[in-house]
Design a protein around this ligand. Sequence first.
Ligand code: SAM
Length: 239
Amino acid sequence: MNHKPTWFQEMLAAQGITLSERQLEQFELYYQLLVEWNEKMNLTGITEREAVYEKHFYDSISLSFYIDVKGRSLADIGSGAGFPSLPLKICYPDMKIMIVDALNKRIQFLKHVVERLGLDHVQCVHGRAEDIARLPEHRDHYDFATARAVARLNVLAEFCLPFVRQNGLFIAMKGTAPDEELVEATASLQQLKGKLKAVHPMKLPFEQSDRHMIVIDKIAATPKKFPRKAGLPLKQPIT
Ligand code: SAM
């Protein structure tokens, strides 16, 4: 890539996000830990510094270009190596984050990152979204729930919407135009009390690949029967 390393700071500043020295150091330490732990476990296929900053960090933060996340609570479902929630948390330290991932090794990595970066109000929970969403402390609770690269929208709705409080938002971070997925998810959204609010298209600044942020309003509490038993949403998606 032919850009200077300062692009990250400058492009975020253009979006009204001014990063302090400490925040820039947190991103750099996060990058180093990601690459270091990636040698022992599968966290990401992207390890080149500039690419991590663009395709993981910048892409994650782009959620806040469209949604005001300051001081809000966010459930990140299937966060993997911490995307999108940890880059958002670094930029907006007053957010409250709850991460769920089914792979315990990734949760251990995330706990380590949270500790090393000195982040507070980040809870990392090992488990399946379908099970964790049934616990009263997480159900219908968060201002927002999000997921990036986890499943198709009809499945994601069942993973994510149960975490969102009434009048909160479910934000699905997708790549190419999601028109087909939106049609496929009609019944799922309806049954899980979601209503499409907006789709925001974006391109990554250098690689120029497409991104689409699907924003869904939660219009009522989650019906008792959802989410179904762990594994079922993926095996038998609502159609
Ligand atoms: N969101 C991250 C990103 O954008 O880089 C990680 C994406 S990774 C492809 C998908 C992650 O979702 C994996 O870490 C996997 O363990 C997790 N996952 C898949 N199904 C899940 C479920 N039902 N509950 C919790 N986590 C799940």
